[in-house]
Design a binder for this molecule. Sequence first.
Ligand code: GAR
Length: 357
Amino acid sequence: MKNIAIFASGSGTNAENIARLFHQGNRIRVAVVVSNKKNAGVHQRMEALGVPTLYLPNSVWDNDPAQVVDALRPYAPDLVVLAGFMRTIQPAIIDAYRGRMLNIHPSLLPAYGGKGMYGHHVHEAVMAAGEKQSGVTVHYVSDEIDGGEILMQQSVDIVPGDTAETLEAKIHPVEYSLYPRAIVAALQRLDNDGLPSSHAVTEVSATPERAEADHKAPEVPAAPPVPSADEEWAGVLQVKYSDSEARSAAERVSRQAQPPVPTQQPPAVPPRTLPDGERPKSYLAWSVAVTILCCTVAGIVAIIYSASVSSRLSAGDMAGARRASDRAQGWIIASFVLGVLWATLWVPISMLKTVLF
Ligand code: GAR
């Protein structure tokens, strides 16, 4: 299991996308999300996913970076991932995670990077310059803002009528697709040689030299679709896993919404699939609970009707007593049949549902 720590300051849609995607597998997990904003949306998103979050104020990030490193230590991150983190990272933090810290930037770096270039400021600058293309860059964090080695890039076309807002809306889904793959590639590098910056493994890359030379958006081939965390992880690290694990991974992939979400909303939430073995247990619990409920209902109704039978008997109303007695019997039989039917048919019906849908 590889641990990721995410730094985020804002809404946290990238953080959520990463956490959800890797939650599908069991090779990589988001161990903690750290924010410099107490009320950032990312806290709620992570709370909903059960991912721990920490808040450290700007004064700590700026004046006591060792405290940030200390706070991360219990989570043993293999990789630190900046996802919309809007604060300059102090050298002490970069040094602690040099070559193990990634950032995502919403332009084709080195164009439109550096101080003051973040979020919508980037898109406004790109539109004001009349660019025909923008894109997304994932790069290692270095001492220079947005200046570290580029790991992956993907371009986005700008068409007539586009605004900074529509460009941002186009860029977000590309980020959701690109960042997880860059994370896997960075972890792969670390596992290969422990020297993340030595050999480029850029599957979708643009040479920074060329981009710098003409300051235009480089030609970048389209990125392949995102594989499941299990598939990718098993593939890149040659991790062996059994056929049944592979099958359940494939099932998960077919059930989850793989294509990136075409708006700024976080990606569609794939249904949470229970690990093998857990589902029958929960069905059994349901069956037992419903059977007990049916028996309890039958018991209560029977008690009510027997009270009615005895009061009618003492009033000499034989016909009324018989009716009450018949009803009591009917209820008991109906509840019993329902309980048995539920208990015996629930498992096969649920299994059929799983197969069909
Ligand atoms: C993302 O578009 C990311 O590229 C950008 O902030 C946004 C965060 O969105 N990062 C920068 O501009 C860094 N210089 P999110 O909070 O919804 O993930």
